[in-house]
Design a protein around this ligand. Structure first.
Ligand SMILES: *[C@@H]1O[C@H](CO)[C@@H](O)[C@H](O)[C@H]1NC(C)=O
Ligand SMILES: *[C@@H]1O[C@H](CO)[C@@H](O)[C@H](O)[C@H]1NC(C)=O
Length: 350
């Protein structure tokens, strides 16, 4: 009976699993931060960055091949994005000035972030639009599509809420975007991009260690989609102690990476062989199992060219603004409501 249930689960789990497809835009407007564009938008489809625009380049650039083709095949989309890309910097520069004024803030650095878009649930078939702002690293205002008003997330936001609630044309623009345009975009993208968006791709998995006393990091890169799980096992049992699971982060090619660290400081060398790292990709039956073995661990001491691109290297290369911004928005998303400052600004300010 147990076995039957297990087989049943294996066969039907992937089918009944609710999958969300989404279009999201992450906008960052800054004032007083040197050497970075004061306006950046990154567009993501199913959490994969597919295009961006900023106030320096002043043009929309698709970053995945299928998205480039889409922009050619659907010029009205490119036109819409281009127009937004050109007018938005002025609009949001003004918004940040207004925020500073109304909140009596002076001087240095201010950052306005926005996440908006829509999400389709493959199980309930519902589409939900969303838009929310963060200001100086904290949740600020959330748009409520039911009441068509902004909800203040902080006392200081109330004054802005009242002024935005009165801006009927802007509210209408939001309503139209979130209930019509965005769902239409999403349908088109799911259709045009399906061979890219609905694929499954297994990662390469390696074991990394900075120094002989550091935790061993099991690092998977190149998987798709971002519905994956990773853990360490000892004698076949999943470990919860001395383990640290990292975030799922995007790679530039549209795939994802993640890692799970294991602290081995209290494990004797003879016991190492009892440990293994397991990578599981949603919808794929076979897990990737990597046995803990000193011989296969790569360390930071090798020349960079031999070291797999990953969180460590990523941190350096990540100084490229966009890359880190994308990572930043992901961290923000994963923390659910935390409008924590995006990584890019933390890195650049300090
Ligand atoms: C800003 O300063 C003015 C005058 O000092 C004051 O009346 C107002 O309440 C202040 N606004 C906020 C949001 O603190
Ligand atoms: C690993 O575990 C040891 C002992 O349990 C602890 O002292 C050490 O701080 C841990 N290392 C890390 C990186 O968490």
């Amino acid at each position: 009976m147990k076995k039957m249930e297990f087989v049943f689960l294996l066969i039907f789990f992937p089918v009944t699993l609710s999958v969300k497809h989404s279009v999201k835009f992450f906008l960052t407007v800054s004032s007083g931060v040197k050497n970075i564009p004061d306006f950046v938008v990154v567009g993501l489809i199913d959490e994969v960055p597919v295009g961006h625009c900023d106030s320096i380049e002043k043009k929309v650039e698709a970053t995945q091949d299928w998205a480039k083709k889409l922009m050619e095949d659907y010029p009205e989309h490119l036109q819409w994005y281009t127009q937004e890309c050109l007018i938005s910097p002025h609009k949001y520069k003004a918004a940040i000035d207004m925020l500073k004024n109304q909140l009596n803030q002076t001087g240095d650095v201010h950052i306005l972030q926005r996440m908006d878009g829509c999400e389709w649930d493959s199980e309930t078939r519902e589409i939900n639009g969303f838009a929310q702002y963060g200001y100086n690293g904290e949740d600020f205002l959330v748009f409520d599509l039911e009441t068509l008003t902004w909800i203040a997330q902080k006392p200081e936001a109330v004054i802005i809420k009242h002024s935005w609630d009165k801006d009927t044309p802007d509210i209408e623009v939001w309503k139209h975007f979130l209930t019509q345009r965005c769902p239409e975009f999403l349908k088109t993208y799911m259709d045009v991009g399906k061979s890219f968006l609905l694929r499954t791709e297994l990662p390469s998995v390696s074991l990394l260690q900075k120094t002989p006393s550091s935790p061993v990091s099991c690092f998977a890169t190149g998987f798709y989609p971002d519905r994956a799980d990773m853990f360490w096992r000892k004698d076949g049992e999943e470990l919860h102690e001395d383990v640290e699971l990292g975030e799922i982060l995007p790679n530039h090619d549209g795939s994802f990476q993640m890692s799970v660290d294991l602290n081995l400081s209290s494990v004797t060398p003879e016991d190492w062989r009892r440990y293994e790292c397991v990578f599981h990709l949603s919808g794929v039956k076979d897990d990737i199992i990597t046995k803990l073995d000193k011989a296969v661990i790569k360390t930071n001491c090798v020349p960079p060219s031999e070291f797999p691109a990953g969180p460590v290297i990523g941190g350096v290369v990540g100084l490229l603004l966009l890359a880190v911004c994308i990572t930043g928005v992901f961290i923000w998303r994963r923390r659910k409501n935390g409008f924590k400052p995006a990584n890019c600004f933390r890195l650049i300010i300090h």
